[in-house]
Design a protein around this ligand. Sequence first.
Ligand code: DGY
Length: 336
Amino acid sequence: MPTTKIFVTRIIHKDALDLLQREAKQHSWEIKVWPHSLPPSPLELRREAQGHQALLTMITDRIDQDLLDRLPELKVIANHAVGVDNIDLKAADKRGIAVGNTPDVLTAATAELGLLLTMALLRNLPAAISKAKTNQWGAWGPLLDLTVQLGGMEPADNPPLFGIYGMGRIGQSLARMLALGLQANVAYTNTHGPLNNLNFPATWLASEELLAKSDVLIVTIPSNPNTKGLFNQDTLKKLKVGAYFVNLARGDLHDEDALYRLLEAEHLAGVALDVTNPEPATLGRNPILSHPRAIITPHIGSATTNARRHMGLLSAQNIINYLKSKQMPHQVKIAL
Ligand code: DGY
């Protein structure tokens, strides 16, 4: 019988590789790990993945029809991410290839970054830090450096409404932090209507109403053919003048030029993006990087040691279970 071969497209957490290697030793599987710090190019991926039954992939690996056509031996793909928009799921399903992902281990990390970005944006943290570091502090003043208070129990003039666009795991976790941790006003929209099992106060609004009423819109929906490009110029213009826009999910959900224009026109007060379009962002291709009212981070939502260790373990376990003909801990259900 030919040897089962696994290709891991980046160096992942040591514990995850150890797990994979222990199992591989027992079952005489072969493991190959891409050793470089940059991801394989599409051509390199095509070459390296040849003849493999299992791939442990990253969001930076594009797994499309063309690639799958060249990998007839492929049986399972374990994506080291909760998002699977880098994989053509229908094409994988058509070829009988199982796809796994890693939910429930990066929710807290991503929601925490969402809270951090939202707070930094509303309190204009980058400008405050820069003021102190560049000797611009001058004197303290009662009307200097004023920003937006997020919530609290004290009397508040016009407290902001936080609109969570997508109430999945990350949306709910962030909404809970805002509603219970900060006593902030939270509303949300999602495709399935109001949720009746929330253990914190949050008002469901239809998406148009959420856009019109939110002071801070926070995007946490997955990218798929139905949502790609949703936050285009027309949609973004429905936000209030002076609103803030935060995207924690995927850069291809938003039109970055439109965001830039709306910042310039002072329609938007600020933008925070952990995901850009394209990625990686560069000044030449993502002018929003240099906008003074934009905070951009390099897709670090799940970048805690804890989350990345568990993402590694879960993706390794997805492959191990598949190869041992057991149920994968997280197999993506493909809706055709
Ligand atoms: C995911 O898991 O989809 C994140 O975006 C990558 O960390």
